[in-house]
Design a protein around this ligand. Structure first.
Ligand code: GLA
Ligand code: ZN
Length: 682
């Protein structure tokens, strides 16, 4: 990331002064309120196309020039968006081809947003023109902090242009060799062999490799569109560029897009306060942490939280208010996981249209008197005071593999289980104990370099892309510890099954053969009985959904099934391989198994948590480091006052704007949603 970005922990918001051109008082209030809320940046222009080019070829940048001037004078930096996320009506009417075609081939009506065709030469020309105009005017402005490319790229288009581009992409991918494609698509099945490239129709769900390629292509085409946007900016501007990605969205392979961006940003909308089982906020915190770790690991660099809601959203069935302190907690959790910015959707509530009831820093009431404003202003002051954290890194000895192409492949495959495949839930289940323990985890794509990790956890790695098995094998041979599970090592990147026994090319490192996979009905369970003195793991755990029937070859058996015709057979194994070990979890077990197993493993590997401390359930620590200094956040998600102690020396604690020495062994109280911020020099 460019060093200018590391100036401070940014505090900003999506800002739409063009909605208030007729009310200068609002513009004035905004400037005053931004300073009162300790806002260091504002993101402008995201959906402003018609205000910049009201009619074709007629440009008006005057209001934006005023925004640049006034914000610069007022002390805010600007994140400038390209407007491609919502196309003008005049354009959609004049050039229908820019409107997306739904996969069933109907052209969409012009409406809403985020629905342009990514291939349309007309749309690309229009985007390049407006982006070029923006960059020429503002690209070197001293207040410009970064480019915000479009908004939440997503979706797919099935128009003839996209389809033609897909076929060209296929030709390139398969060396213009249709026989090669037929072979890799296994297309003799159901007589789907293609005799001409033009016969290939992306809508055919029967050919699994085709479905995968269509998704890969949409990532490719969206990335190409994004690069086209960027190319129009670059002749005039060197400011770093990002696009706002989304949590839980797996439609585009973010790992493939990340290398093209200068830094990563994402939009987080965790459901705090959902209540019910009592520990829901802990689960929500875990979901947030997982995504922060995913987005940070995309570049192994600090990321930005480009959007979060200061309070309620307006698009869920039910949106809870954020209880006092929850926003602060959630913001510091972002920073603790490597975030260098906390920014809001949105600065001021719009008066009309679809998002008028979405929370904002400034509500319809219009002043600083609201609870929300007060909390945000307090947080802003704290972020300002802790600017030293910006740019610091996260040490992660653990990688959790979460590969989007693998998710697509599992979603596509029609196997013994076509419901509750729960790949994301499974990833979270393996992630949760590591997060609760305060360990640094990179959530990564399967193609990363594993050599810097001590532990790689790869649940449900159904698809092994080229070289992944080899690199995992090498990782274990060199002393690493690998954990993988049922439904791993079944298919290659074309979704062709491995021959010669599952888990295919992982068979040697795991030292076993998976002959069959039983899948259980919702009302059925099995149990596994664990006894391993090396890990100090014992007891019985419930198994559901998936139970592999395993033949250990060189692997040792650490647990066995208790029920069904496979009672007594291996349910957990470990294989000593080279200088390392590879574990196989054969069944989907209740969460307490993941928790006890992974906790035992990190202790055996002597991995260091963020802080050696007695932390009650729901109180979680995270750490960032830079050249001899470390910062630790102790975050209370459990909804009650808690106390905690550390066994470590040399920490200071940030309180009321100052650092105070912290005694080891001293008990500290953390109120509900409380955050303790510590630092020490090493
Ligand atoms: C998304 C969009 C924003 C806004 C928010 C509302 O993240 O990027 O423009 O619509 O949702 O929560
Ligand atoms: Zn299209």
């Amino acid at each position: 990331m460019s060093s200018s970005l590391h100036h401070t922990l940014w505090h900003g918001a999506d800002y739409n002064p063009e909605q208030w051109l007729e009310t200068p008082q609002v513009w004035e209030d905004d400037l005053r309120l931004m300073n009162a809320a300790h806002m260091s940046s504002a993101t402008i222009g995201i959906f402003s196309w018609t205000m910049l080019e009201p009619r074709e070829g007629e440009f008006d940048f005057s209001w934006m020039e005023r925004v640049f001037e006034t914000l610069a004078q007022n002390g805010q930096k600007i994140v400038l968006a390209t407007p491609s996320g919502a196309k003008p009506h005049w354009m959609a009417r004049q050039y229908p081809e820019i409107r997306r075609v739904v996969p069933e081939r109907g052209r969409q009506a012009q409406q809403a947003r985020h629905n342009h065709c990514p291939t349309s030469p007309v749309y690309r020309a229009k985007v390049a023109q407006i982006n070029g105009e923006l960059a020429r005017r503002f690209g070197k402005h001293e207040a410009l902090l970064a480019w915000h490319l479009s908004n939440e790229y997503s979706g797919e288009c099935g128009c003839d242009l996209c389809f033609g581009a897909f076929r060209d992409w296929l030709r390139k991918r398969y060396d213009n060799d249709l026989d090669k494609l037929n072979r890799l698509y296994w297309s003799r099945f159901w007589s789907h062999s293609y005799s001409d490239w033009d016969e290939i129709d992306f809508i055919d769900k029967g050919v699994h490799a085709l479905g995968l390629d269509w998704r890969r292509f949409m990532t490719h085409q969206t990335t190409d569109f994004m690069l086209h946007e960027l190319a129009a900016l670059r002749p005039h501007s060197k400011a770093p560029a990002t696009t706002n990605m989304m949590g839980d969205f797996t439609g585009l392979d973010y790992a493939a897009m990340a290398p093209h961006l200068d830094f990563i940003s994402w939009d987080a909308y965790p459901q705090w306060g959902k209540g019910g089982t009592g520990d829901d906020d802990i689960q929500t915190a875990c979901w947030s942490a997982f995504h922060h770790d995913f987005f940070r690991a995309l570049k192994r660099q600090p990321f930005w939280l480009m959007e979060c809601s200061p309070g309620q959203t307006n698009w869920r069935d039910v949106s809870k208010l954020k209880a006092p302190g929850v926003h602060r907690l959630s913001a510091w959790q972002t920073v603790a996981h490597g975030g260098d910015a906390v920014m809001y959707f949105q600065w001021r509530q719009s008066r009309g249209s679809s998002e008028k009831f979405h929370a904002a820093v400034v509500s319809h009431e219009g002043s600083e008197k609201t609870r929300m404003f007060g909390e945000i202003a307090q947080l802003g002051a704290e972020l300002e005071a802790l600017g030293e954290v910006a740019g610091s890194q996260t040490e992660a000895p653990i990688a959790l593999v979460y590969d989007f192409e693998n998710l697509w492949a599992i979603a596509n495959e029609q196997g013994p289980r076509n419901t509750n495949k729960s790949t994301q839930k499974t990833a979270l289940d393996f992630y949760a104990p590591l997060w609760k323990g305060g360990y640094g985890v990179d959530v990564v794509d399967s193609t990363v370099d594993f050599s810097s990790y001590k532990l790689v956890v790869a649940p449900m790695l159904y698809m092994l892309k080229p070289q992944v098995a080899e690199r995992l094998t090498e990782f274990v041979r060199a002393g690493g510890t690998l954990v993988t599970t049922y439904w791993s090592g079944l298919a290659d990147e074309h979704d062709l099954c491995f021959l010669g026994g599952f888990p295919g090319p992982l068979r040697e490192v795991l030292g076993l053969w998976v002959e069959e996979t039983d899948t259980l009905h919702a009302h059925q369970t099995n149990r596994i009985q664990v006894g391993d003195s090396q890990l100090g793991l014992g007891g019985e755990f419930e198994a559901r959904d998936y139970c592999d029937l395993v033949h250990p070859e060189s692997a040792r058996v650490l647990a066995t099934y208790a029920c069904d015709f496979y009672a007594g057979r291996a349910a957990l194994t470990v294989n000593d391989f080279g200088a390392g070990q590879a574990y196989y979890v054969a069944s989907r077990n209740e969460s307490s198994f993941q928790s006890e197993f992974l906790t035992a493993l990190v202790h055996k590997l002597e991995l260091k948590p963020a802080i050696e401390a007695d932390l009650p359930t729901g109180v979680v620590a995270q750490k960032r480091v830079r050249q001899g200094r470390e910062w630790v956040w102790v975050l209370n998600f459990c909804g009650q006052t808690q106390s905690w102690t550390t066994r470590e020396e040399g920490f200071e604690k940030f309180e009321k704007g100052e650092w105070h020495a912290l005694q080891s062994g001293q008990q500290h109280t953390l109120p509900s949603s409380g955050v303790a911020i510590l630092r020490r020099s090493k």
